[in-house]
Design a binder for this molecule. Structure first.
Ligand code: UDP
Ligand code: MG
Length: 296
């Protein structure tokens, strides 16, 4: 097994020695690399990673210039991972590393990505309800997302790299895999509650992230907005035709404004993806060679 274990870390200093020990105990006999991504931590995470990297050459780290969020953190790890397969683990050990073996067994059947689905998810109800709503809405918007899939996954490194290199305006790894390959599947996995520190993922951030996906990939939402405007324009036009002479002008104006608005929405949506924007992340220091564009 040629394996890069990618571990995003945002203020996880206490967890780092434990997740390291678990990964090495589980996969130590393989061609292994651990890629920790320090996502702008302020709690000594970077110091903990440096110590680890000094004691074990299999440990690599990438440290960001600020907190860029979960999607950016794992994307950097995926981009710079050096082995054939990427196993994504959270620093808090909520996903048992041992389950990675099951993902690998299934991947051998010819998959590019194998996603873990938490059977007994040990997280607050808000988070469980949020995930259920996310999957239901994605289905309604006809956005293909592997059912129940989580960040705990084994992905062929070439696929993961290709996805990050797309530099999508609104990157959403989970929803991008099915756009590139049909060789993906899900596997039930066990899940543990957090024992050290608290959740670093902000529920509002998750909601905004989902909304970004819905308006960029799920055309239904923006099409509905544009369609509503166009329909209102048609109604205003009909009113202008049937209304008495003195009232025609305001209805005509309303029809023009609404029609322009409908087209503007469509136009904005079509160009939004190409807008100039900062990169997904910037790296301050790392043990791996980082491309010039990603450094600051
Ligand atoms: N994480 C990160 N950047 C962030 C938020 C989270 O790198 O802005 C990391 C975090 O340190 C952890 C993983 O992403 O290793 C999952 O986060 P967390 O456990 O807080 O999420 P939850 O399990 O509550 O969904
Ligand atoms: Mg967690």
């Amino acid at each position: 097994m040629s394996l890069s274990v990618v571990i995003p870390c945002f203020n996880e200093a206490d967890n780092i020695p434990h997740v390291y020990a678990e990964v090495v105990a589980e996969f130590g006999e393989h061609d292994l690399e651990l890629v920790f991504v320090d996502d702008g931590s302020t709690d000594g995470t970077l110091e903990a990673l440096k110590k680890l990297a000094e004691s074990d050459p299999r440990v690599q780290y990438i440290s960001f210039t600020r907190n860029f969020g979960f999607e950016a953190a794992f994307s950097a790890g995926y981009l710079y991972a050096g082995r054939d397969w990427i196993l994504h683990l959270d620093a808090d050990q909520q996903f048992p590393a041992a389950e990675g073996r099951r993902l690998f067994e299934v991947a051998q059947e010819g998959y590019d990505a194998v996603f873990g689905v938490r059977v007994d998810r040990d997280d607050p109800w808000v988070r469980r309800a949020g995930s259920a709503a996310f999957h239901a809405l994605s289905r309604w918007l006809r956005i293909e997302v592997p059912r129940g899939a989580t960040a705990f996954r084994l992905v062929r490194a070439s696929l993961a790299r290709t996805i990050v290199e797309l530099e999508l305006g609104t990157p959403y790894f989970l929803a991008t895999v099915p756009r590139l390959t049909n060789r993906y599947t899900t596997v039930p996995v066990t899940h543990r509650g957090r024992t050290r520190g608290s959740s670093k993922v902000n529920v509002l951030w998750l909601a905004r992230h989902a909304l970004d996906l819905y308006v960029s990939v799920g055309r239904r939402l923006t099409s509905a907005a544009a369609g509503l405007s166009t329909a209102a324009a048609v109604v205003a036009l009909l009113c202008a035709i049937v209304s008495p002479a003195g009232r025609t002008v305001p209805f005509l104006l309303a029809a023009v404004v609404l029609a322009v608005q409908g087209f503007t929405v469509r136009y904005l949506v079509s160009i939004a993806a190409g807008q100039a924007r900062p990169r997904l992340f910037y790296v301050r220091e790392a043990t791996l060679p980082i491309r010039e564009a990603d450094r600051l």
